[in-house]
Design a protein around this ligand. Structure first.
Ligand SMILES: [Fe+2]
Length: 195
């Protein structure tokens, strides 16, 4: 018997069905992460060009590629590639998300807000945990509860990931956090090249 590998098309199909069934958040993450684990366990199912840094532009050591977006149900799927030494400081997402590592490892630092959220320009962040996310592993972004993170590739090889979000990040007003001053800066991206 031949086992068919789980491909991007299968993942898009299953995630579309899941999102459109409007499940509770727990079920969404439970089923969605099981689908994502299957996909990232078959990295060859994603074209190699989408698993390497761009090598050009203002951030040649990084890559971000759109795989799927459905404006009707919000589902956004991208690959994000972190080259050696690549880094993104603490930020939030304003939607649910799932991140699966396809190869190498990525160091993800999570933060919790300790202020009362009464100010738009200030946040007191406390470092919650640091995880070296390995191939085949998925981390979840839970809005308001556990979604502020910093990403670092501390290795000497690129790390490709699949990112899945419940909404188009383009146009979402999100926050970047300054750990030293507590300052919040809002930002909005015009392309999908964010995470
Ligand atoms: Fe992120």
């Amino acid at each position: 018997m031949t086992l068919t590998k789980y491909r991007l098309e299968d993942f898009i199909h299953d995630m579309t069905e899941l999102v459109e069934s409007q499940p509770e958040q727990d079920k969404l993450f439970d089923k969605g992460s099981s689908y994502l684990e299957r996909l990232i366990n078959n990295p060859d199912g994603i074209p190699e060009d989408f698993r390497t840094p761009t090598g050009i532009g203002p951030r040649p050591n990084h890559g971000s590629y759109l795989l799927h977006h459905n404006p009707e149900n919000g589902l956004l799927i991208t690959t994000v590639v972190w080259g050696p030494g690549d880094h993104t400081g603490p930020h939030d997402h304003k939607t649910w998300g799932m991140i699966g590592v396809m190869g190498n490892t990525l160091t993800e630092t999570r933060f919790q807000r300790k202020d009362d959220r009464s100010r738009d320009d200030y946040a007191l962040l406390e470092r919650d945990r640091v995880t070296n996310v390995r191939p085949g592993e998925v981390s979840l972004l839970i809005p308001d509860v556990d979604e502020i993170h910093q990403m670092d590739n501390l290795t000497d090889r690129p790390t490709p990931e699949i990112h899945v979000y419940g909404d188009d990040l383009r146009g979402l007003e999100r926050c970047r956090f300054n750990l030293e001053t507590g300052e919040i800066k809002s930002f909005m991206t015009t392309r999908y090249d964010n995470c």
